[in-house]
Design a protein around this ligand. Structure first.
Ligand SMILES: O=C(O)CC1=CCC(=O)O1
Length: 96
């Protein structure tokens, strides 16, 4: 199942820089492993903001929830999820 997920990061300004850097490093490692597994299919920065738009390819809602809740930045994110399905005019056959 494909989902569009928009994540907006809102770290508190009073968070020490070292702590923020450590959380971001863990976030990067987590995100890159899921990309290697093919579950995190696209990761795009929303230009001009500390936010991303991502496409996940997961088994079901429960797996998406597990992945998103495991994000190291999860406690400091606003997250919006939209389920996706094939568009009848799409010419691609690899976007299951
Ligand atoms: O920077 C972000 O948008 C938050 C994030 C998600 C995956 C990652 O590596 O950073």
């Amino acid at each position: 199942m494909l989902f569009q997920v928009e994540m907006t990061v809102k770290l508190p300004p009073e968070m020490p820089a070292e702590q923020a850097a450590e959380i971001k490093a863990r976030e990067k490692e987590y995100a890159q492993e899921l990309q290697r597994q093919g579950k995190w299919r696209h990761l795009w920065r929303v230009a001009g903001s500390y936010a991303n738009v991502s496409i996940f390819d997961v088994r079901d809602n429960a797996e998406l929830q597990e992945i998103v809740a495991g994000l190291p930045l999860f406690p400091w994110m606003e997250i919006g999820v939209k389920p996706l399905c094939r568009h009848p005019s799409s010419i691609r056959d690899d976007d299951s």
